[in-house]
Write a protein that binds this ligand. Structure first.
Ligand code: A3P
Length: 320
C-alpha cells in the first residue's frame, strides 16, 4: 500500500542520509548498510530492510527462500510454490493453477515487500508461511535468528549473475540516468556493489550457516538445478516437508512440476503484465541458461572474477 510505503520511507530518511553511497544500478545511489549494499525507494529496498529489522515477527515454522537477485529467485519461488501446494491443485483443470495465471513473485512474496502490505499471510498467526528474501544472513530481522527458521539458499555462478543483472538493471533503470555499459556493470559487481551484495559475502554468509546447521539450510546451485533438475527438485520437496511418495514418482508427478515451472512454460505465461511494483513480468525471464557470461566477459574480466572468487571462497566447497 503506497501510503504506508511513503510513511516508512520517510521514517528512515535521516538514517539513510548518513550512509556511504555509490552510483546505483537502477537509481542514482546505492547505500552501504551493515556491510552490504542496498538501493532505495524500491520494493526490495534499504527502507524495507530497516522496517523489517524494527518490526518483523518470524515464526518457528516459517521457511525463507533466500537468493541474490538474478540467482534464480523466480524459478525457486515457482518450484517451491508448486511443490508445497501440489495436492490442492491436483486433478483440477490445470489452467487454474496460480502459476499459469500469476507471476511467481505474486505466489511467494518477499518479506521486503510484505512489510508494506499487511496481507493475510503476513498477519494471520495460524498460517504457516513461505517467504522469499534477498537479505544477507547477518542483517536478517533478529526474530528470524531467534526462531531458528529454515532456509533454502540458491546461488549461481557470479559471472552469469553479473550478465543477468546487467540486462535486468538496464530494463529497470531510471531513464534519466542513461544505460549502464557492461564495463560499468563489471566495475560495480567486482567491487561487490549490487543489491544485497557483495555477491561473495552473501553466499559465504549462508554457506557458513549451512555447514553449522545442515538441517536448517538447504544449499542449492542454479547450475545443478539445470543439469539435474529431478534430483534437486526431490531434495527440495523433502526439505520442505512434502517429499514425493512412491506413487507420485511412478505417475510422473515430479516431471509435471518441473514442466510447470520450466523456463519455456513460465516465460510464456509471463509475457504480459507487471508485478512487484511495476516490474514487467517478462523481465524475469531472459535466457535461463548456464554460461552466457562467455558471450559477454573479456578474458581479463573473467580472470579478475576468478581471482576474487578464489580468494573469497578459499577453503570452501563452492565451485562453478
Ligand atoms: P538470465 O538473465 O541469465 O536468463 P531471478 O529470478 O533471481 O531474478 O533470476 C533471473 C534469472 O533466472 C534469469 O537468468 C532468468 O532467465 C532465469 N530464470 C527465470 N525463470 C527460470 C526458470 N523457470 N528456469 C531457469 N531459469 C530461469
Amino acid at each position: 500500500d503506497k501510503e504506508n510505503m511513503a510513511l516508512i520511507f520517510d521514517r528512515y530518511k535521516d538514517k539513510l542520509a548518513t550512509l556511504p553511497k555509490e552510483r546505483g544500478w537502477t537509481c542514482e545511489n546505492i547505500y552501504m548498510y551493515q556491510g552490504f549494499w542496498f538501493e532505495s525507494m524500491h520494493t526490495v529496498s534499504i527502507e524495507s530492510l530497516m522496517a523489517l529489522q524494527d518490526t518483523f515477527e518470524a515464526r518457528p515454522n516459517d521457511i525463507y527462500l533466500v537468493t541474490l537477485p538474478k540467482a534464480g529467485t523466480t524459478w525457486l519461488k515457482a518450484l517451491t510454490f508448486a511443490l508445497v501446494h501440489r495436492t490442492r491443485y491436483k486433478n483440477r483443470d490445470l489452467l487454474t493453477h496460480p502459476l499459469l495465471v500469476y507471476n511467481p513473485h505474486t505466489c511467494v512474496p518477499f518479506i521486503e515487500v510484505e512489510v508494506f502490505e499487511n496481507t493475510p499471510t503476513y498477519v494471520d498467526p495460524h498460517l504457516s508461511r513461505l517467504f522469499a528474501t534477498h537479505i544477507p544472513y547477518t542483517s536478517l530481522p533478529q526474530s528470524i535468528h531467534d526462531c531458528g527458521c529454515r532456509f533454502v539458499y540458491l546461488y549461481r555462478n557470479p559471472k552469469d549473475v553479473l550478465v543477468s543483472l546487467f540486462y535486468f538493471a538496464n530494463k529497470l533503470r531510471d531513464k534519466s540516468l542513461g544505460q549502464l555499459t557492461f564495463e560499468e556493470a563489471f566495475e560495480l559487481f567486482s567491487k561487490g556493489i549490487m543489491l544485497s551484495g557483495s555477491y561473495w559475502d552473501h553466499v559465504k554468509g549462508y554457506h557458513k550457516v549451512s555447514l553449522e546447521h545442515p538441517e536448517k539450510v538447504l544449499f542449492l546451485k542454479y547450475e545443478d538445478m539445470i543439469t539435474d533438475t529431478t534430483s534437486n527438485v526431490k531434495r527440495l520437496a523433502k526439505f520442505l516437508g512434502c517429499p514425493f511418495t512412491e506413487e507420485e514418482e511412478a505417475t510422473g508427478a515430479v516431471q509435471e512440476i518441473i514442466k510447470l515451472c520450466s523456463f519455456g512454460n513460465l516465460s510464456k505465461v509471463n509475457k504480459h503484465g507487471t508485478s512487484l511494483d511495476d516490474v514487467p513480468n517478462h523481465a524475469y525471464f531472459r535466457e535461463g541458461k548456464v554460461g552466457d557470461w562467455m558471450n559477454h566477459l573479456t578474458d581479463d574480466m573473467s580472470r579478475i572474477l576468478d581471482e576474487i572468487t578464489e580468494q573469497k571462497f578459499h577453503g570452501l566447497e563452492i565451485s562453478f
